[in-house]
Ligand binder design. Structure first.
Ligand code: AMP
Ligand code: ZN
Length: 189
């Protein structure tokens, strides 16, 4: 389904990137893995199903196997990228880009593209919903519900370190702080 991407609207950009050799990492019969074009950490990938699924609201119980496959692929990609760093796998409650995509992101958040409070809070508050939580919701309720208004409030929250919860007033001070955290799996952070 990644063909015929003629729409120029920026929110459709992921569809074009699925075929971009600069960004495409790997693919199988069900998914395409790409590098996030504006990575917010040392390692930041997006996993997209080939099936046309616009967003979390479109998910049905018949998608459970696909979601489990996407999660497993995330673990595989993370393990190949870096065995030491801690990663999270999840979805933005209110995504800006069309076509369902799971983020695979290392928890160092060491990237020049991570610039503002919205970026930070979208990966470190409950605006970022773990893949396992999405799967659980779909198993339990047969659908995935997100409170968009509540999620958008998350983006406005004060800046806090995702490891020790210390508060910061500016992104540069927060970014200077987080480099001292050892966000490896063994550190348990
Ligand atoms: P969201 O829709 O909020 O889950 O996030 C979309 C993600 O896609 C962000 O992390 C962006 O950096 C990334 N992104 C935006 N445009 C592109 C693109 N054309 N190709 C690849 N990644 C993109
Ligand atoms: Zn801290």
């Amino acid at each position: 389904m990644a063909s015929g991407k003629t729409s120029g609207h920026w929110s459709m950009g992921l569809l074009a990137s699925m075929d971009d050799p600069e960004l495409k990492v790997t693919a199988d019969e069900k998914v395409v893995v790409i590098k996030d074009k504006y990575p917010k950490a040392k390692f930041h990938f997006l996993i997209l199903p080939k099936e046309k699924i616009p967003n979390l609201n479109s998910l049905k119980p018949s998608h459970l196997d696909l979601l489990r496959h996407i999660h497993k692929k995330g673990e595989e990609i993370a393990g190949k990228a870096n065995k030491e760093l801690k990663f999270r796998f999840g979805y933005h409650a209110v995504p800006s880009m069309s076509h369902l995509h799971m983020h695979v992101i290392s928890q160092d958040f060491d990237s020049p593209c991570l610039k503002n409070k919205k970026h930070w809070n979208s990966f470190t508050t409950s605006y970022f919903v773990d893949s396992s939580e999405i799967i659980r919701q779909l198993e339990k309720k047969g659908r995935v519900e997100q409170d968009g208004q509540r999620a958008n409030e998350m983006l406005k929250q004060d800046l806090r370190c995702h490891v020790c919860n210390k508060a910061f007033t500016t992104m540069p001070s927060l970014k200077a702080h987080i480099v001292f955290h050892n966000v490896t799996k063994s550190a348990g952070s």
